[in-house]
Design a protein around this ligand. Structure first.
Ligand code: DGT
Ligand code: CA
Ligand code: ZN
Length: 584
């Protein structure tokens, strides 16, 4: 059964293969547009097909795309794709996404060097065969080698939001079984890491076998890799691996603690236990009998002192309970021992969202809808940050359009006195560091957001100077998605983040934690550094539709991983205080 994301992927792949094959750009675009509609659509395509809904009513879906979607939903495959891959190797799709490649170059690599896979490309590039092709060169070749290295590093890891989409229905399905008394997802997923390698599911049940059977019978299981006793491992159709462990109530807390990890955190706890004559394991915390080696793995003797709840496990080690997001051995055990765990920011602390787009640029919903969405989420304010003019493909606004937009904002504002709409723009930082909007307009904005959307490949020193120049502009308040990375897709651009953070501090400019799950930019360790330097931080969704406003929790989770307290995040503050702190 195909999810919307999977259907979108097939459509997108067809578009990419057609593009490599040199097909008509309009045909290529049709697939890309259809994928873009299907992917975020709230209702699953299979439900729409089942209920006989008219797919052609969706934007970007014509007759042909509608029949493709229908075919995918009912057969799980697409003839067009099968025909196409007889001509063009499917593996080129992955290659196209490498930095420095693209469809035309992929075609050339394939036809002239016979390169079909990433491994073959890596070998060819390392042997120096790529730079001699027309249109390539030494620099491109080096970029390709670097790109492949970073691709291999992240191989098989799923973005957290993607994992959420796959895990939530599975957990719901498991809950429908009467034998399941409690269920929790542990591992990196519970620590809310930006990507997860696999899923670690824990269940309390008196009788394991029926629960194991229920698990392996899940309709989206592609392959059962292991199933015996109280544990099972399956591969879902999406490629995500899920481990299940069925446990008795007495050791649930210990197992939850152990399988939540991280490994480094667990090693630290273990050492602390040993120093107290205790042993922690996934079964519980035990008092080690006189004369026994507390570090031995397999002995299961001694009195159990804790295990049913996580709180007990930590308490047995004389520690306060530690929020999962902190469990990375970054000082949290010491902090818990000294009663110095930070008060972490929560979604409830957030009083507004400071980056979002509307139909005035590349957003999908109008100002009124976005504002209502923010009201519904209980916000006191929002900043409307449509793009500036040099981003023509997003319909970026020039001064005249911006003035027009302000008139609409004033109208919507009058209708919604319960929330404050801050006039803003996501102003593009141009090549030389100047801003893509005239100063006399910038001065009239409530919030001035700047960011980079072009020239990602400038040499590091030049890129750094470009960003520094923008930060030094006296009107700028926030540097948005500061590194430009896209998780699993694009590395950050090369620049000196430390220097940029110091410059932000000096100039009172805040950095954004972009909450969009494909960005999460800055990331946790970078945010920790920003806070250490005293740089102000805001968390914003970068919403392009009302529903995206719900992505705020991903930002908050990342912020928690960075030890941020509500006081570290500007948009936890009431409006007047926020405006005051942006100005200083
Ligand atoms: P992932 O799946 O790569 O995103 O990361 P995790 O943290 O979920 O790691 P995973 O799935 O290999 O194991 C889940 C947890 O189980 C891990 O965070 C800590 C615990 N664990 C697994 N293997 C070991 C081990 O060899 N020693 C210790 N102390 N803990 C382990
Ligand atoms: Ca895991
Ligand atoms: Zn942006």
């Amino acid at each position: 059964m195909m999810e919307n994301t999977e259907i979108a992927k097939v459509l997108r792949d067809v578009g990419t293969l057609l593009e490599i094959d040199g097909a008509n750009p309009f045909r290529v675009r049709a697939y890309e547009n259809a994928a873009r509609t299907v992917e975020p659509h709230a209702v699953p395509m299979r439900t729409m097909v089942e209920s006989g809904a008219k797919l052609t009513d969706l934007p970007g879906i014509g007759k042909e795309m509608a029949s493709h979607i229908q075919e995918l939903v009912t057969t799980g495959a697409l003839r067009v794709l099968q025909d196409l891959t007889r001509e063009v190797p499917y593996t080129l799709v992955e290659m196209v996404r490498l930095p420095g490649v693209g469809p035309k170059r992929a075609n050339k690599l394939w036809r002239e060097l016979g390169v079909e896979t990433i491994d073959q490309l890596e070998a060819a590039a390392k042997a120096g065969a790529v730079e001699s092709l027309a249109g390539f060169g030494k620099k491109t070749q080096e970029r390709i080698v670097r790109g492949i290295a970073s691709l291999k590093k992240r191989a098989g890891r799923f973005r957290l939001a993607h994992a959420d989409q796959l895990v939530e229905p599975l957990v719901e399905y498991m809950r429908t079984h009467e034998g399941v008394r409690r269920i929790e997802v542990a591992g990196s997923y519970r620590r809310r890491m930006e990507t997860v390698g696999d899923i670690d599911l824990l269940v309390i049940a008196r009788d394991p076998q029926p629960v194991m059977d229920h698990f392996t019978a899940y309709e989206r299981v592609k392959k059962i890799e292991l199933a015996s006793g109280t544990s099972a491992r399956v591969m879902l159709q999406s490629g995500l691996q899920v481990n299940l462990r069925v446990l008795p109530p007495a050791s649930y807390g210990a197992a939850l603690q152990y399988f939540t990890g991280s490994q480094a955190h667990n090693v630290k706890l273990r050492r602390r236990a040993v120093a107290r004559g205790l042993r922690v394991s996934e079964d519980g915390v035990f008092r080690v009998p006189e004369g026994e080696d507390p570090d031995a793995e397999d002995v299961l003797s001694g009195e159990r002192v804790a295990g049913a709840s996580e709180e007990d496990v930590y308490a047995a080690l004389e520690l306060a309970w530690i929020p999962p997001e902190l469990r990375e051995d970054r000082g949290e055990v010491e902090a818990a021992a000294g009663g110095k765990l930070p008060e972490l920011v929560t979604l409830d602390h957030m009083r507004g969202d400071l980056q979002m787009h509307s139909t005035w640029s590349d957003g999908h919903d109008g100002i009124d809808a976005m504002v209502k969405g923010c009201v519904e989420r209980g916000y006191e304010y929002l900043a409307l940050t449509d793009h500036s003019k040099s981003l023509a493909m997003t319909g970026g606004l020039d001064a005249e359009a911006l003035r027009e937009q302000w008139r609409e904002i004033d109208e919507v504002q009058a209708a919604h006195p319960e929330i404050r709409i801050l006039k803003s723009q996501e102003i593009d930082i141009l090549r030389d560091g100047s801003l893509d909007l005239a100063d006399e307009m910038i001065e009239q904005l409530d919030v001035v957001l700047v960011s980079i959307h072009s020239l990602f490949d400038l040499p590091a020193a030049q890129q750094t100077n470009r960003i520094l120049a923008a930060i030094r502009h006296p009107a700028v308040h926030i540097l948005a998605h500061p590194t430009g990375r896209l998780i699993n897709e694009r590395e950050p651009y090369q620049f000196d983040l430390e220097e940029v953070l110091c410059c932000c501090k000096e100039n009172g400019v805040a950095v954004e934690l972009n909450a969009h799950p494909s960005r999460l930019d800055l990331k946790d360790t970078q945010l920790m550094r920003a806070r250490e330097l005293g740089v102000k931080i805001v968390i914003s969704t970068d919403a392009h539709r009302v529903r995206d406003l719900d992505l705020m929790h991903y930002g908050v989770e990342q912020a928690r991983r960075a030890w941020l307290a509500p006081a570290d995040v500007l948009n936890t503050r009431p409006l007047q205080e926020l405006l005051g702190s942006l100005e200083t």
